[in-house]
Write a protein of this length. Structure first.
Length: 280
């Protein structure tokens, strides 16, 4: 068996094809992080706001234009405002609030923001459910996307540097059948080949004899009328199982990256998810 890569064509194709995915992950992580920052600072700001309750009197009315509607039907509308005067510890003040019902001369309880003196006609309740939800979800999403970006960059680097020199294969995969899946939507012309088979040997003892699937997008896969009965595989980190090994088929004189999965692992996760919790 040759231990020297004679053709890196498919490995290089795989590295190039990952570029757009890396850009997407980085942009998405930055976007989620930015939204998370504003959501968190918004919640913190609301938590730190303090208000003074007092009695105010409506002295005049006016209007402001506000942007409303869905993204496709954005438009400006006039909203009625009332101007309210009040006094706190003998110090007079005034402010405006949007309201359709208050009448001039009417007195009411108001809440004055001690930081910017904005007037609220309803008692402030602090951050609401969705404020908390977004403040928690967006930073977590940003971290997950960032982790995905770092992991994908690391995988691309390992693919670029991959060489089997001085290494024995980490596993031998015995092919049983091939399934071809067509893409959907804009990727309708992009086909994925899924090789179903069994681990004939593996550097991870528990994997020997276990069913496995190896999948790859058609353009990163050597094309052949028939594929050999066995492939040898190399984990990107020698001796450590990984989901994206490099395969070698001496009969095709080709090396290519793929995605490795074990149906038993997926079934175990599914079973644990469906297992009912014990109740007292």
């Amino acid at each position: 068996m040759s231990r020297t890569i004679t053709d890196r064509k498919y490995l290089n194709k795989a590295v190039r094809s990952r570029t757009s995915w890396l850009v997407f992950l980085l942009v998405a992580a930055i976007g989620a992080g930015t939204l998370g920052y504003f959501n968190v600072t918004g919640v913190v700001k609301e938590l730190n706001e303090t208000y003074t309750s007092t009695t105010g009197e409506v002295v005049s009315e006016g209007s402001i234009r506000v942007l409303t509607g869905t993204r496709r039907s954005r438009h400006y509308e006039d909203r009625r405002t009332v101007h309210i005067e009040y006094a706190i510890d003998g110090v007079p003040g005034s402010g405006s609030a949007v309201d359709e019902d208050l009448q001039i001369g009417e007195s009411l309880t108001i809440w004055v923001n001690e930081r910017n003196l904005d007037v609220e006609i309803e008692e402030p309740t602090g951050p609401e459910f969705w404020d908390w939800a977004w403040a928690i979800a967006m930073p977590i999403l940003a971290l997950l996307l960032l982790w995905g970006f770092v992991y994908s960059v690391r995988t691309s680097i390992r693919l670029k540097r991959f060489t089997p020199e001085g290494r024995e294969p980490d596993f031998v995969f015995a092919l049983q059948n091939i399934e071809v899946q067509a893409g959907k939507g804009r990727k309708a012309k992009q086909r994925t080949f899924i090789f179903h088979g069994v681990m004939q040997s593996n550097s991870i003892p528990k994997r020997v004899g276990e069913k496995a699937t190896i999948s790859a997008v058609e353009k990163t896969l050597p094309q052949a009328q028939t594929y050999p009965p066995t492939f040898t595989g190399y984990y990107l980190k020698p001796g450590k199982e990984g989901a994206e090994p490099v395969l070698h088929a001496p009969e095709l004189d080709a090396w290519w990256p793929a995605t490795l999965a074990f149906p038993s692992d997926l079934e175990m996760v599914s079973t644990q998810a469906e297992k009912p919790k014990k109740t007292d």
